[in-house]
Design a protein around this ligand. Sequence first.
Ligand SMILES: Nc1ncnc2c1ncn2[C@@H]1O[C@H](COP(=O)(O)OP(=O)(O)OP(=O)(O)O)[C@@H](O)[C@H]1O
Ligand SMILES: [Mg+2]
Length: 240
Amino acid sequence: MISFEHVSKSFGAKKAVDDLTLTIDDGKVFGFIGPNGAGKTTAIKMLTGILSPDQGVVKLNGIDITSDPIEAKRSFGYVPDTFDMYERLTGMEYLRFMGNIYRVDAAKRKAHIEKYLHMFGLEEAANQQIRAYSHGMKQKLAITGALIHEPSIWILDEPMVGLDPQSVFLLKEEMRRHADAGRTVFFSTHVLDVAERLCDEIGIIKQGKLIADGTLDELRKGDKDSTLEELFLELVEKGE
Ligand SMILES: Nc1ncnc2c1ncn2[C@@H]1O[C@H](COP(=O)(O)OP(=O)(O)OP(=O)(O)O)[C@@H](O)[C@H]1O
Ligand SMILES: [Mg+2]
C-alpha cells in the first residue's frame, strides 16, 4: 500500500508536485500518466526517499519514508527512469552486489536471478561487463536487481522504455501476477494502451496536480467507449 497525503515539492518558483493526495491499495497495479514535466518522476522520487517533500507525508505499507527511511526502503524495489550503473561490473556481479545490499539469502537470490535472467534472455550477457550492454539490456538488469529482495511494492519509472516487445509482455505479466498476489505495483508510463490494459487504477497528473484518478470506468464517467488516450487528451487539454 502507498499513500501520499497533501504532498508538495517545488524547485525554485516551479511547483513540480502540488498538493498530491493519493492512496493505492494492496492488490493493485497503478499507472501514473501525464505530459512531460507534469511531476511524475518528482512524485516517484519522494515516494522512494530520494527527494524530501516540502510539505506532506508519504507512506509505504504505513511506514513514513521521511521518519523511518530504512524500514520503508526494505518494502520496495525501485527502477529509476535513468540510471548510472557500475559499468565495470559484470551483470552477475551487479546482481550479487544488490543481493548483498538487501541481505538476500543465497537460495532466494539464486532462484530470483535464474528466473529473471532466463525470462529476459540475459543468461549469456550476465558474465559480460555492463559497459557492453545495450540500453534495453541495462534496463532488464536494473529491473532484475531492483526486485531481488522480493519487495512487496514495485516502483517503476517508465519501465518499458527500451525493452523489446517480448520483454514488455513478460514484464507486464510479472506486474499483474505481483498485484494479484496482493501486493502493489506503481509505475509511470507514456504508453497509454499498456496502461489501459494493465492498470487497475490510473492517476493523471498535469502541472503537478492530480487531475483524475480511479479505474478506467471511473475516469470514463459514463462515456463507456472512450479509450484512455481519448480521455487523457480530453482531460489534459481541458482548461488550456
Ligand atoms: N532537479 C530539478 N531541478 C529543477 N527543476 C526540476 C528538477 N526536477 C524536476 N524539475 C522540474 O519539475 C517539473 C516536473 O518534472 P518531472 O521530472 O517530475 O516530470 P515527469 O512528469 O516525470 O516528466 P517526463 O514525462 O518527461 O518524465 C518539470 O517542470 C521539471 O523541469
Ligand atoms: Mg519522468
